[in-house]
Design a protein around this ligand. Structure first.
Ligand SMILES: *[C@@H]1O[C@H](CO)[C@@H](O)[C@H](O)[C@H]1NC(C)=O
Ligand SMILES: *[C@@H]1O[C@H](CO)[C@@H](O)[C@H](O)[C@H]1NC(C)=O
Ligand SMILES: *[C@@H]1O[C@H](CO)[C@@H](O)[C@H](O)[C@H]1NC(C)=O
Ligand SMILES: *[C@@H]1O[C@H](CO)[C@@H](O)[C@H](O)[C@H]1NC(C)=O
Ligand SMILES: *[C@@H]1O[C@H](CO)[C@@H](O)[C@H](O)[C@H]1NC(C)=O
Ligand SMILES: *[C@@H]1O[C@H](CO)[C@@H](O)[C@H](O)[C@H]1NC(C)=O
Ligand SMILES: *[C@@H]1O[C@H](CO)[C@@H](O)[C@H](O)[C@H]1NC(C)=O
Ligand SMILES: *[C@@H]1O[C@H](CO)[C@@H](O)[C@H](O)[C@H]1NC(C)=O
Ligand SMILES: *[C@@H]1O[C@H](CO)[C@@H](O)[C@H](O)[C@H]1NC(C)=O
Length: 735
């Protein structure tokens, strides 16, 4: 028995506003339906009131004619079992069929719902429905309201075949998952979706930015903590996103969006969806560096379009709690407050305070006044570091891996007195480098690549010598006089203090550049006075060296067999130099099949050193002497002794060569030892500064071919000896 209930009512003016409104037929350009009526007065009354177009307005306000005029046919429900299953009763062919059943105990939609293909509206609120089921058969369904049920998920195909579904209400269900593209896609056009008061913890990007026009999607009062992009959704720049209003209020999102993760590589693309309204109120926002790029980029746009629904207030950090993010971008100079702290886990030294500040594109390491005794060994990753090490007790400026990533290095008010050259080399010459108020009393020559006006040295007093012409030239060339306030170097020379700005070394020293000439002149005068012997005596070493160099003598004497090709003599107290010799020079020579003898490496510990030294020196064919400022002084006893015997052996054996590498680019006037001086004067030394180009070729040429008496071992074997003590040298060969 079917109980036909006709509830066809004609009420011409049932709704209050129908009296005043003119409802006019509206055919949306983006969906094939002809039954919608739009309140035309309302949507055209004051277009300025709505930034939207008429179509946007009608998307929110249009109603189907059958709803407006209540031209519907209600179906009757009959429970079939206790479990909440039911079926519909009524004419399966009648138009505009509707099914309303609230506050019941339906556990699912009626079994025979698919027989009623003309269903346009289902309203089954406050039941016990746990799943929507397969409703693909309801091709013309317009409204589906299943609020206050216990549906827990929505699949991507649930509404896919319902092209006319316009209103979807699913509030208070406990929905935890909504699959990507479940609400939006090319076959759907849901104008209004209300999923508020559910239990969603994540929401997919594809649902938030649908291509179709819509009025409002409401996901407020869920437990959403983040927006995800599982399907690799990307905003298509060639498409128009008309948008609508997306309500995400009262969720648990705290971190601002990482737009890259959301498929937005370039935040400016967001302009495409600026017609969307995203409401993000009533959440505990963390106002940190993640917010900054978005605010900075959209600052101008936001100022124009800011509306209440962007009312986003900070919760963290505590000092900004309750502050609206408007405050950050309305005034330009506040965006720099949006920073992310770096912890020890991010390599922030434990005494210090580090943060990333996107506004200034920098990472700051603030160790001001924390009592550091030396430079931290590590600092956070990232480029463009600002290192604030002022007011500590650091004594040594040593090389640090992070120097070349730093654009600001402040070390004022420390106790710096030792400055290593390779530290200086690794610092960008445009970096702000503040060394004022330290205890420096010397400046490595490497400083000449800096600009004294950028590199703040403060007022420093150092003792200068005749070899410090570079200092005078540097100060002059870089116009240091104009920044006397920040950098002034005062030389202690000849018992007085003179600012390098006014210093004329000529007043204290002989003019260096003319020295050779003067000496020759002087020599000639002597020659005139004392005759040829005098000349020969003065330049006896020079002449000897020149003779050795250019008059290639075949030795007639028989010399003992050499054990080594070359001995490298240098000041091994200089760590940097020792590193260069061991890692670069020695491995180069080894690679070129020379057998090298390095006293500090190969000399046997416990040998009575001087005797052993003489033996070793005699068993080497050639000598490389690396001349540094301390090579021949009272402090360096061993190199002084080495030099004595090297010269002696050199003089004895005509096959021997001495190759001088002028490591500190010393002038002849800076050298006291006569024979070393002679080498520099005749210019047979190799300038260390050409190391990038020819240094090793020059050495190679001078050494001639290797003796190859290394106990039958071929040098190729040495090359591939696994894990020898010096195996790491092999990797340094490609200098
Ligand atoms: C509407 O239907 C017509 C013909 O049935 C079709 O050509 C057109 O593409 C449809 N438009 C939309 C927006 O679905
Ligand atoms: C849903 O029902 C339709 C027929 O109405 C059928 O074609 C389709 O395969 C069903 N979908 C699922 C997921 O069962
Ligand atoms: C939804 O979340 C609330 C609060 O977190 C919880 O009390 C409720 O049991 C959850 N409901 C479901 C269906 O998971
Ligand atoms: C902005 O948000 C705060 C806190 O969530 C709220 O008190 C205030 O009423 C909101 N303002 C508007 C205009 O919505
Ligand atoms: C960063 O650390 C400072 C000092 O500890 C603190 O005041 C601030 O709130 C923190 N900022 C953020 C964004 O966590
Ligand atoms: C590096 O940081 C400084 C501020 O310390 C900033 O002015 C500059 O623009 C930054 N440079 C780059 C390349 O980001
Ligand atoms: C660095 O720390 C010092 C002392 O804690 C503080 O006075 C200074 O403002 C800080 N500088 C920056 C740039 O944060
Ligand atoms: C800094 O130096 C390290 C090694 O010395 C090098 O690998 C790195 O590329 C350098 N970084 C910059 C920014 O120059
Ligand atoms: C140097 O500092 C003094 C006061 O400390 C100031 O009057 C003067 O203008 C400054 N000169 C320059 C060139 O900055």
């Amino acid at each position: 028995m079917f109980n036909h209930v006709f509830s066809l009512l004609f009420i011409a003016q049932c709704i209050q506003n129908l009296k005043t409104e003119t409802w006019e037929k509206w055919s949306p350009p983006f969906i094939n339906r002809t039954d919608l009526l739009c309140p035309s007065d309302h949507c055209t009354r004051d277009p300025a009131l709505y930034v939207t177009t008429k179509n946007d307005c009608c998307t929110c306000w249009a109603e189907p004619s059958w709803k407006l005029y209540s031209l519907t046919y209600d179906l009757v429900l009959e429970y079939t079992r206790r479990g909440g299953t039911a079926q519909l009763i009524g004419d399966t062919t009648v138009a505009n069929a509707r099914f309303v059943h609230s506050k019941g105990f339906l556990s699912k939609l009626p079994d025979n719902v698919c027989e009623f293909v003309n269903l346009i509206e289902i309203e089954a609120t406050n039941n016990k429905i746990s799943s929507i089921g397969n409703i693909s058969c309801l091709h013309i369904l317009d409204t589906l309201d299943l609020s206050h049920n216990s549906i827990d998920s929505i699949g991507k195909d649930t509404f896919k075949h319902l092209p006319l579904l316009r209103v979807l209400r699913l509030t208070h269900n406990g929905i935890t998952t909504v699959e990507p593209y479940a609400l939006a896609g090319t076959t759907m056009s849901i104008f209004l979706a209300d999923l508020s008061f559910n239990n969603m913890t994540e929401i997919d990007m594809s649902i938030l930015i649908p291509e179709n026009r819509f009025c409002q999607y409401d996901f407020s009062s869920n437990n959403i903590v983040k927006i995800v992009n599982e399907q690799n959704f990307k905003i298509d720049v060639d498409k128009i996103y008309h948008g609508g209003f997306v309500n995400l209020n009262s969720n648990d999102i705290t971190q601002w969006f990482d737009f890259k993760d959301l498929g937005i590589d370039d935040i400016s693309i967001l302009g495409k969806v600026m017609q969307f309204g995203f409401s993000l109120q009533n959440m505990k926002w963390t106002c940190d560096c993640r917010m900054e790029p978005f605010l900075e980029l959209s600052q101008d746009t936001l100022k124009r379009i800011w509306r209440d629904y962007y009312n986003v207030t900070c919760w963290d950090p505590p000092e900004y709690r309750g502050v609206s993010i408007t405050d950050f971008f309305m005034e330009e100079d506040k965006l720099h407050l949006l920073v992310c702290n770096k912890s020890s886990a991010d390599k922030c030294p434990k005494e210090c305070y580090c943060f990333y500040q996107p506004k200034n594109r920098r990472t700051v390491v603030n160790c001001t006044g924390v009592g550091l005794l030396e430079l931290p060994t590590y600092v956070p990753e990232g480029d463009n570091l600002t290192l604030l090490f002022d007011e500590n007790d650091i004594t040594k400026l040593e090389y640090r891996e992070y120097f070349n990533r730093s654009s600001v290095i402040r070390l004022s008010n420390n106790k710096l007195n030792t400055i290593s050259s390779n530290a200086i080399e690794s610092i960008d010459s445009n970096a702000v480098f503040d060394l004022s108020d330290n205890n420096m009393n010397e400046l490595p020559r490497d400083f000449q690549s800096f600009d004294p006006c950028i590199t703040k040295l403060g007022k420093i007093k150092i003792s200068c010598g005749c070899g410090d012409q570079w200092l005078v030239d540097w100060v002059k060339n870089k116009r240091a006089e104009k920044c006397k306030n920040t950098t002034e170097i005062i030389c202690f020379i000849g018992d007085e203090y003179v600012s390098t700005i006014d210093l004329d070394l000529g007043n204290f020293c002989n003019d260096d550049s003319n020295l050779i000439f003067l000496n020759i002149l002087f020599g000639m005068i002597i020659a005139l006075l004392l005759g040829v012997f005098g000349v020969l005596y003065t330049f006896r070493y020079e002449l000897f060296i020149l003779k050795r160099r250019f008059i290639n003598q075949k030795s007639t004497k028989i010399y003992p067999l050499f054990k080594y090709d070359v001995l490298i003599s240098f000041d091994d107290n200089d760590a940097e130099l020792r590193f260069w010799v061991m890692q670069k020079l020695a491995s180069y020579l080894k690679g070129a099949c020379y057998k090298t003898f390095i006293p500090c490496r190969d000399g046997k510990f416990g040998d009575i050193r001087e005797e052993a030294l003489i033996n070793n020196i005699n068993s080497c064919k050639n000598y490389i002497v690396i001349l540094c400022d301390k090579y021949h002084t009272e402090d360096t006893f061993w190199t002084t002794v080495e030099w004595k015997y090297i010269w002696h052996s050199f003089k004895q054996n005509k096959e021997r060569q001495i190759i001088i590498i002028n490591y500190h680019q010393l002038e002849s006037s800076e050298i006291r030892e006569e024979k070393l001086k002679a080498f520099i004067r005749v210019g047979t030394d190799i300038d260390f500064s050409n190391r990038k180009h020819h240094l090793f070729q020059d050495i190679h040429e001078r050494l001639g071919s290797p003796i190859l008496t290394n106990n039958g071992l071929k040098c190729a074997n040495i090359k591939f000896t696994a894990k020898s003590l010096h195996s790491q040298e092999m990797f340094m060969l490609d200098i």
